[in-house]
Ligand binder design. Structure first.
Ligand code: SF4
Length: 239
């Protein structure tokens, strides 16, 4: 059973921004979306990446377990980990049996019985909620907002602790109306523990150049942490 292979684009041994505490983060290969702000275009194509078994991962992360503390653990990010649900499920079952916290970073693009089973093994889900209206959502990511909503409803049904996250891009979604809608979602769904606004940045430009790809937001200014915090705090006061 532990022979299932996961294709991994890269690993961050001690990440601090992908879920609670300090985490061992696996960026899985493959993603069906094409978000205009994507920082990891090298993960898009399926069939690339390094092959790992669950045993490989457990062995590699064992040296970092002592750093996890109470909150930390393992995060599957990407790319889109839901393209490799079987591997993710096996890995998270092993983590749970060894008392290691599990976190899934996803767009919510797939929802079937296998994904539902995986969700029951997640201590936290980071749901990347791209925009707050259907047209912008699809234009920005090539995924329908209704799919993200369906996924969020399932997380709520299953009572999975959820962090709703959105990258804030100047001139695209850095407006109050958008953030109000995110806070409304937080109010509506008890599963949402936290809302995170992430400032858009362009550290990925070199990756696009190396891959010979055009970065659609190359001429868009970056957002600063203070701009995003200001927007967050302003709207938070209304709720
Ligand atoms: S879902 Fe994530 S990995 Fe996929 S295109 Fe969007 S930002 Fe990139």
């Amino acid at each position: 059973m532990a022979d299932t292979i996961g294709y991994v684009s890269s690993v961050q041994s001690l990440g601090a921004v992908d879920g609670p505490g300090v985490r061992y983060v696996l960026f899985m290969q493959g993603c069906p979306l094409r978000c205009k702000c994507c920082h990891n275009p090298e993960t898009w194509e399926l069939g690339k990446g390094t092959a790992y078994t669950v045993d490989d991962v457990m062995q590699k992360l064992s040296r970092y377990v002592s750093y996890f503390g109470e909150k930390g653990g393992v995060t599957l990010s990407g790319g889109e980990p839901l393209l490799q649900t079987e591997f993710a499920t096996e890995l998270f079952s092993r983590c749970k049996s060894e008392g290691i916290s599990t976190c899934l970073d996803t767009s919510g693009c797939i929802l079937d019985d296998k994904v539902e089973k995986l969700l029951t093994l997640c201590d936290t889900v980071l749901l990347d909620y791209k925009m707050t209206n259907e047209q912008d959502y699809f234009d920005f990511s090539r995924m329908h907002m209704s799919q993200a909503d369906k996924f969020l409803e399932k997380l709520d049904d299953l009572k999975v602790t959820t962090w709703l996250r959105q990258v804030i891009v100047p001139g695209i979604n850095d407006n109050e109306q958008n953030v109000i809608k995110l806070f409304e979602l937080k109010k509506k769904y008890a599963c949402i523990e936290k809302l995170e606004l992430l400032p858009f940045h362009k550290a990925c430009v070199t990756k696009y150049e190396q891959l010979g790809l055009d970065f659609p937001l190359k001429n868009t200014p970056e957002a600063t942490k203070s701009q995003v915090n200001e927007l967050f705090e302003k709207i938070q006061k209304k709720f």
